[in-house]
Design a protein around this ligand. Sequence first.
Ligand SMILES: Nc1ncnc2c1ncn2[C@@H]1O[C@H](COP(=O)(O)OP(=O)(O)OP(=O)(O)O)[C@@H](O)[C@H]1O
Ligand SMILES: [Mg+2]
Length: 391
Amino acid sequence: MACFNFFSTKSKRNPKPTTSAPTSNNGPSRSDDPGVLGQQTSKSSGTTTSKSSGSAASSSSQQSIPALYEERGHNNLRVFELDELRNATNDFSRAVKIGEGGFGSVYKGFVKPKDGKGQRIAVAVKRLNQKSLQGHKQWLAEVQFLGVVEHPNLVKLVGYCAEDGERGTQRLLVYEFMPNRSLDDHLFNRAYPPLPWNLRLQIALGAAEGLAYLHQGLEVQVIYRDFKASNVLLDKDFKPKLSDFGLAREGPAAGHTHVSTAVVGTYGYADPDYIATGHLTTSSDVWSFGVVLYELLTGRRCLERSRPANEQKLLEWVKQYPIDSRRFNMIMDSRLVYQFSVKAAREVARLADRCLARQAKERPKMTEVVEILKQAMHLKETGEGHSRSSK
Ligand SMILES: Nc1ncnc2c1ncn2[C@@H]1O[C@H](COP(=O)(O)OP(=O)(O)OP(=O)(O)O)[C@@H](O)[C@H]1O
Ligand SMILES: [Mg+2]
């Protein structure tokens, strides 16, 4: 069962037609975005949430994403015409459709290189679903964030298309094509061979590095807000790249600890502390990362309604198998057929538990997560039962 967007803004709002060039006065901001309110949680039902950053001292962003986008982002991105993308995707043919999410459908296509010379390049074209009218705001956030960020573990946005005309409002995003689809496919879809243990750790490490960059590696702190297996795309070498920046937010302004915002995210991955308070920090991404670590260990989705009642919620189920007990092995993905280091698996589970600390401030920073994962990759011996190292 796919985890679904709850309180997610996806597909809920009417897009406001705009000009074809994303502008800074309409994009991601630190304060809440009233245009992006999804269904509210019970804590915030019937009201809009606070629109200011939280209080109490902390470090953070001095510059804004829209300003950085104006400075450098729009030079990096190509502006496509709708007809160009129609040609690229054989008129958005079902035959080249590669996926569908809350935003709309995703198609594989080929476009000419920027200078018009040489072979056409493979791209993934995401087209805003006109029926569900899922927010121009998220489209714009994605253009602006991806126009600014640059890291080997973040998907590259090639360009965008925005046309308002007789054929309605058209909003599209054009990404580099990722041939190995998403981590979600490889972990949960039985049509794919199982992911070996070392590759799981490498994917976890790369994704952690991508998040660490967003949290601490830029002039502006970025909170990703939608970390989940289906948003971790895999390139030809299975190197992970985070995609989907529609829900990303800037971190709190200087002097503030959190951003107060409407709660959006994906059910099963969203931080309960954030759900309860609406206070968003980078620690909410750390929580979601912890959830995905358990998905990598177990090969189970965070929520599987088809399982017996006591197994449906992954985080509750794994608690029955304490990390230091002999029973711990029973949570491990049977598709690994014991080809993993139990010692490393325990370290990863310990790390996951720290990421899943109920109190947001007790969770590790992503830079620490990166270091612990690097160490876990060097643990090979098992010394236990029938499990053995994968190398
Ligand atoms: N750049 C890309 N290259 C190759 N495939 C992609 C690319 N971007 C998306 N896809 C494919 O399209 C699918 C749908 O992506 P999309 O982001 O729209 O939805 P999702 O992540 O499954 O769900 P949600 O909308 O809730 O985030 C992905 O799971 C992936 O298989
Ligand atoms: Mg996605």
